[in-house]
Design a protein around this ligand. Structure first.
Ligand code: SF4
Ligand code: SF4
Length: 373
């Protein structure tokens, strides 16, 4: 809570571009220092994987690349999902993120069924997802709190009242009222101690301050979550640029600010190509689960090849993505990306186990797959 308060105070008084600029040079020093010492900070590439169950969304947020997405806006069929999960656990993965690259998980009418499948799978340890919380029905919310292996739900609150919700999401007040109604219902169901961790984030215009007196139903219910359930609700002064797909020009009329790619120092491969791989809703496998909305990092398709063959250093498509980044050649989405994380940057989480590039390549080799089998 204290950390959050300090962060808010800093954000309130210091220009976010100045902070981003400062951070770039601090990161540059750290990256070059670790690179000189040959220290790599890559997470286990066989621990967590993203499965995009739905690549279709009910909103069209102004700061998101979803509206520019050229890939198929589809839902993963149940049969494909079950097959994917079984291949995933055979490779040693045990933690699954269901957050789509772009999309809303509850747009999938089988989403609860898919989570039940994960819950009942003996080799799955935990799973999590993000949602805009507009779509779930009351019975679905009641089912949600019964899931045993669901560990984190991240709710993104778009806008802080009906007008800003509609301006940001380019959708109607009907969805805003549904969101408010879902949050009210859920505040009665949620018990922090016995269930998954709930995280909330404001994504709204700068006219809103998290410290202001609530003047909308959404702010009132958010305050209940803060006070009754001790949920910290963060906010961002600087929006990510979606690998260059969103510019300041796109959002300046609503007062948002975007962090451009040049504000991020890049040296060495981005760790996400190792520890945040995504199987997209249409079956394609992308070497980044977070950005790259148009698939410039696609390394295969599970409709054509096994996951074991795709997530292998012997797969030329994957090997090329890695080798290019080792040589400092970044494809468009990575070149412009503002959430890049260098392999020379440690994650600020205590006791994290890291791997170096040579170890990771070994783990990605066919020999290592056979050992897991
Ligand atoms: S930010 Fe999320 S909710 Fe908004 S359009 Fe993008 S994927 Fe959909
Ligand atoms: S640089 Fe950005 S787009 Fe590229 S792999 Fe990293 S997070 Fe993904």
């Amino acid at each position: 809570m204290l950390k959050q308060t300090i962060k808010r105070q800093i954000q309130q008084y210091i220009d976010p571009y100045y902070l981003a600029f400062l951070k770039k040079y601090v990161n540059m020093a750290e990256i070059n220092f670790n690179a000189a010492l040959g220290r790599h900070f890559i997470l286990n590439p066989r621990f967590r994987l993203n499965i995009e169950t739905a690549g279709v969304c009910n909103l069209s947020c102004r700061f998101c690349a979803y509206s520019q997405k050229k890939m198929a806006k589809v839902v993963m069929p149940m049969g494909m999902f079950q097959d994917v999960v079984n291949q995933v656990v055979d490779l040693g993965f045990s933690h699954i993120s269901l957050t789509p690259l772009t999309g809303e998980v509850f747009m999938d009418k089988n989403f609860m069924e898919k989570m039940q499948y994960l819950d009942n799978h003996p080799k799955i340890v935990e799973y999590y997802f993000s949602t805009n919380f507009v779509i779930p029905s009351k019975p679905q919310l009641e089912e949600l709190v019964k899931l045993r292996k669901l560990k984190i739900v991240h709710v993104s609150l778009y806008g802080h009242d009906e007008k800003s919700f509609c301006d940001l999401t380019q959708h109607s007040g009907k969805q805003y009222h549904r969101l408010v109604s879902n949050l009210k219902f859920f505040s009665e169901l949620y018990h922090k101690k016995s269930m998954f961790k709930l995280i909330m984030s404001w994504r709204t215009t700068p006219s809103f301050s998290v410290n202001q007196t609530p003047n909308s139903e959404l702010q009132e219910i958010a305050l209940i979550f803060s006070n009754k359930h001790q949920i910290e609700i963060d906010s961002t002064p600087l929006y990510d640029n979606w690998g260059g797909a969103i510019t300041n020009e796109d959002v300046k009329d609503i007062g948002l600010k975007v962090k451009d790619g040049p504000l991020v120092y890049k040296k060495g491969p981005c760790t996400l190509i190792f520890d945040r791989i995504a199987i997209l809703a249409d079956g394609r496998v992308n070497a980044c689960a977070c950005r790259d909305v148009n698939g410039s990092l696609v390394i295969g398709d599970i409709k054509e090849n096994s996951l074991s063959d795709i997530l292998s250093i012997e797969n030329p498509l994957y090997r090329d993505v890695i080798q290019e980044q080792v040589e400092g050649k970044f494809r468009h989405a990575c070149k412009e990306c503002s959430i890049y994380r260098s392999i020379y940057t440690p994650i600020p989480i205590p006791f994290t186990q890291y791997y170096n590039l040579a170890q990771v390549k070994k783990l990605l080799s066919r020999e290592s797959h056979d050992m897991v089998d």
